[in-house]
Design a protein around this ligand. Structure first.
Ligand code: G3P
Ligand code: CA
Length: 261
């Protein structure tokens, strides 16, 4: 844009429109397309590994059954997480296996790109403090828990649960956090964020329903990352509010739109 405004474009679940969500193939494609960042949901396996899976259960995105948290890493690793999706490449099944957070971090590092990695912790009440503890431990091992401005990989932790943000802040005060907002989130409408979160993450349905929300977030001095922006009219809406990041299943569509502006 002529005034220099350009939001970050974040591939939601790796860019879930074109390829199976949360698969290495999706994440690599999103980086190849030029996305600024990647969004990833993490859950704990029964034996304590962080895996990139959105749903609590396996049925929608794999040929497995039951809860992710009831399976071991080895059991999940044997499943097919790709062929349910029309974009599945049967010649490269390796790219549609279960993705662990460790493997995603390695791939992001190996890309040599500057990448924003937005990690969402799911269900802190089910796992106790274990997800956040293991996440911070892994980020420390990779040198990512205390970000410096010139680090190629910049991690942000997101959650709908203020409790999770509090745990992250207690263990890694330098890690940026995003408070994800649905309709009933406390503070919605006043732009207030809990536990040192600097960024609000409202869903686009909430943005549509509450026209004053993004101005209130900005007036409170916070950044705004909006999800999941897939439709042209939603993209126009959030760009009109000068949001800081657009989280989308369709990164190529958003990047093309921004390039035309
Ligand atoms: O980026 C935030 C967004 O991913 C939250 O919703 O259900 O897709 O995890 P969900
Ligand atoms: Ca998510």
């Amino acid at each position: 844009m002529s005034d220099g405004y350009r939001p970050l474009v974040i591939a939601h679940r790796g860019g879930a429109d074109a390829l199976p969500e949360h698969t290495l193939g999706a994440y690599l494609r999103a980086l190849d397309e030029g996305a600024d960042g990647l969004e990833c949901d993490v859950r704990l396996t029964r034996d304590g590994h962080l895996v990139c899976v959105h749903d609590s259960k396996l049925e929608r995105t794999s040929n497995g059954r039951g809860r992710v948290s009831a399976k071991t890493l080895a059991e999940l690793d044997a499943l097919d997480f790709g062929s349910w999706h029309p974009g599945f490449d049967k010649d490269l099944p390796e790219l549609s296996r279960l993705l662990t957070l460790e493997r995603l971090l390695g791939a992001v590092r190996d890309s040599g790109r500057q990448v924003r990695l937005l990690i969402e912790t799911k269900h802190p009440s089910r796992y106790g403090a274990e997800v956040e503890r293991r996440l911070v431990g892994m980020l420390r091992q990779h040198g990512l828990a205390d970000p410096k401005p010139d680090d190629d990989v910049q991690v942000t932790v997101m959650s709908f649960a203020a409790l999770a943000l509090r745990r992250i802040r207690a263990q890694a005060p330098g890690l940026p956090t995003v408070y994800l907002m649905e309709m009933a989130a406390p503070g919605v409408g006043r732009g207030r964020l809990p536990f040192g979160a600097r960024t609000a993450g409202p869903g686009v349905e909430l943005v549509r329903a509450k026209p004053g929300l993004l101005p209130a977030i900005k007036a409170a001095g916070h950044q705004a990352y909006v999800w999941t922006v897939n439709l042209p009219e939603d993209l126009e809406l959030v760009l009109g509010h000068r949001v800081d990041a657009v989280i989308t299943d369709r990164p190529r569509f958003v990047l093309d739109h921004l390039d035309r502006m």
